[in-house]
Design a protein around this ligand. Structure first.
Ligand SMILES: [Ca+2]
Ligand SMILES: [Ca+2]
Ligand SMILES: [Ca+2]
Ligand SMILES: [Ca+2]
Length: 287
C-alpha cells in the first residue's frame, strides 16, 4: 500500500511538471462540435461552416507576424476555424484566405498535437533512422497547397509520413474563389480538410500507428502558419503569419495553441442543407 502511494505521488508530480513544460500559448480556443447530420462536405465551399459562430474563428487581424510587418488586410487576410465529430472521430478545418500576390510556393502549414504530448516532433539531429521513425510521429505538420496554374503544385503532405496525408486518413477540398496560385496576382481561396487523429504515426502505416480518440471537453494542440512571400518566392520577406505566434512551432509542439473540444451548440439546424448530401459517410464507403 505504501509503495502504491509513493508511485501515485511520483506519477502526479511527473504529470504536473509535464503539464507545465508542455503548456501551450495564448487563449484557449474552441473546436466546434459538428453533429452527425451537419458534418461539412469537403468541397472547398465553406457555406456549410456558416453555422459555426464567430467566436470559433481566428482572423488575420488577431494573428501574429513573426517578421514584424503590421497587419494589412489588403496584403494578407484569412480566417480559420476547427471542428470535430465524435461518431467519425475526425477533426475538420476551414480556411478562407486572401493574398494580393499568391504564387506557387505559398501554402498553409497545419500543425497538430492531438494528445498534447510532444515538446519536439521534427528535426531531432539524432540521425536518419531516428528521424525516419519519429519525424511527425507524435505531432504532425501537414502542408496544404491548393492546385494553381501549374496543377502539379497542389498538395497535402506530411514529411516522412506520406500515407497519413492521403485518403482515408486525410481528406480535403479546396478552390480559388478568385484568381489562382502562381499568378502573382490577387487571389482568394477556401480550404476544407478532415483529419483522422493519431498519437503516433508510424512510417510503416496505419496498422503500426496509434489513433487518437476525441472526447468532448478534451484539449488538443494546434497551430496554423502561412508565410506571405509576395515578390520573392524564396523568402518570407516581412510576413510569416501564425494563429498563436509560437517560435519554431514547425518543430516544437509546446509552441502550439490550445483548442477545447466544445459541446454541441444550441439552436443548430435540424437538417442539413442540400449541398451536404455527399459527406463523410459516402466518402468512407468508397474505401
Ligand atoms: Ca464544404
Ligand atoms: Ca501579400
Ligand atoms: Ca501527440
Ligand atoms: Ca503572397
Amino acid at each position: 500500500m505504501k509503495l502504491r502511494h509513493i508511485l501515485l505521488s511520483a506519477l502526479l508530480i511527473c504529470s504536473l511538471s509535464a503539464a507545465q513544460s508542455y503548456g501551450h500559448l495564448g487563449d484557449t480556443m474552441l473546436m466546434f462540435q459538428f453533429p452527425d447530420h451537419l458534418v461539412p462536405e469537403l468541397d472547398g465551399d465553406l457555406s456549410d461552416w456558416d453555422i459555426v459562430p464567430d467566436y470559433y474563428w481566428i482572423r488575420a487581424e488577431n494573428m501574429y507576424n513573426q517578421f514584424g510587418a503590421p497587419v494589412d488586410l489588403s496584403d494578407f487576410n484569412c480566417r480559420i476555424a476547427w471542428g470535430y465529430n465524435l461518431s467519425e472521430n475526425r477533426a475538420y478545418m476551414a480556411i478562407w484566405g486572401y493574398d494580393d500576390m499568391w504564387h506557387g510556393t505559398e501554402h498553409f502549414s497545419v500543425l497538430v498535437d492531438w494528445d498534447h504530448s510532444a515538446p519536439q516532433y521534427r528535426a531531432f539531429g539524432e540521425g536518419d533512422d531516428y528521424e525516419a521513425r519519429w519525424i511527425n510521429a507524435r505531432a504532425q505538420k501537414y502542408d496544404t497547397a491548393i492546385p494553381g496554374v501549374n496543377p502539379t503544385y497542389g498538395h497535402m503532405q506530411v514529411s516522412g509520413k506520406r500515407w497519413v496525408a492521403e485518403p482515408p486518413w486525410t481528406e480535403w477540398g479546396a478552390r480559388f474563389v478568385m484568381g489562382a496560385a502562381d499568378t502573382f496576382e490577387p487571389a482568394e481561396a477556401e480550404i476544407e480538410v478532415a483529419f483522422v487523429p493519431f498519437n503516433d504515426v508510424h512510417p510503416d502505416g496505419p496498422e503500426e500507428s496509434i489513433q487518437h480518440t476525441f472526447r468532448e471537453g478534451d484539449i488538443v494542440g494546434i497551430e496554423v502558419n502561412r508565410g506571405d512571400k509576395d515578390e520573392d518566392p524564396h523568402s518570407y520577406d516581412d510576413a510569416y503569419w501564425s494563429c498563436f505566434g509560437g517560435i519554431n512551432a514547425w518543430r516544437d509542439a509546446d509552441q502550439f495553441g490550445d483548442y477545447l473540444l466544445a459541446p454541441i451548440e444550441d439552436g443548430l439546424p435540424d437538417a442539413p442543407t442540400a449541398v451536404q448530401t455527399n459527406s463523410w459517410g459516402h466518402i468512407k464507403s468508397s474505401f
